[in-house]
Design a protein around this ligand. Structure first.
Ligand SMILES: C[S@@+](CC[C@H](N)C(=O)[O-])C[C@H]1O[C@@H](n2cnc3c(N)ncnc32)[C@H](O)[C@@H]1O
Length: 211
């Protein structure tokens, strides 16, 4: 079965109709994510997978830090095109992109030995048990032993909706349960992100390591 058409269309229209700076999750510099990435002490050729990357400036920041093996995933083709065009123009770098739905992946499982899985503001859109289980099955399968999982999602105090979609909010214990005891919690903290319209969006930031 292919990706859910309605949801794909939803995200395509978000990226079609808004500039990056207007998006409710835009960050000029993704400092909080970078703070956790620093704790991983990764080599420059580490395989870093950013799922649901959208048009994030995290890719720019990772290239600026000297990382070379970065993969961006999303189900929005428009977002991935915008992102890879920007990255090529700015850094003359061909970004590897995987167009795939995290809840019904057809390509992502072919990846192996991922050193770092990064999700900011994606997992919380998956409401059914089946979608969540598929997501975590992929994480567990493709992150290498000793590799890291960075998940930043709306916390239990966070908003109930984003871009009109209902959310599942999390705390660190809930994420630990989903990942299982094979993943060790390295760091977790709350962070209040202020979105472009000035509203507070409480997130939980977590970093796990696969044992
Ligand atoms: C709130 S945005 C966050 C974008 C980016 N991570 C950031 O922090 O700037 C959520 C992203 O997840 C993507 N997304 C939503 N559902 C997805 C799915 N099932 N599979 C892959 N990507 C998905 C959307 O297209 C969108 O780019």
């Amino acid at each position: 079965m292919g990706p859910d058409k309605n949801l794909t269309e939803h995200w395509e229209s978000v990226y079609q109709n808004q500039n990056d700076e207007q998006l409710g999750w835009f960050e000029e510099l993704p400092e909080t994510t970078l703070q956790l990435i620093d704790l991983c002490h990764l080599k420059p050729d580490a395989k870093i997978l950013n799922v649901g990357a959208g048009t994030t400036t995290l890719i720019d920041a990772l290239l600026e830090k000297g990382f070379t093996n970065i993969i961006a995933n999303d189900l929005s083709e428009i977002a991935l095109k915008k992102l890879s065009n920007r990255i090529f123009k700015k850094y003359n770098h061909h970004l590897q992109c995987i167009l795939d739905d995290l809840t019904k992946p057809q390509h992502l499982q072919q990846l192996t030995d991922v050193d770092l899985w990064i999700d900011r503001a994606v997992l919380h859109f998956f409401l059914s048990k089946e979608e969540q289980e598929t997501y975590f099955k992929t994480v567990k399968a493709i992150v290498r032993k000793g590799g890291y999982v960075l998940i930043a999602v709306f916390s239990l105090e966070g908003a109930e909706k984003c871009t009109g979609l209902q959310l599942q909010r999390y705390d660190a214990d809930m994420l630990q349960k989903c990942l299982g005891s094979n993943f060790k919690l390295i760091e977790a903290f709350n962070h209040i992100y202020i979105n472009p319209s000035g509203s507070e969006r409480p997130y939980i930031y977590t970093l796990f390591q696969k044992q």
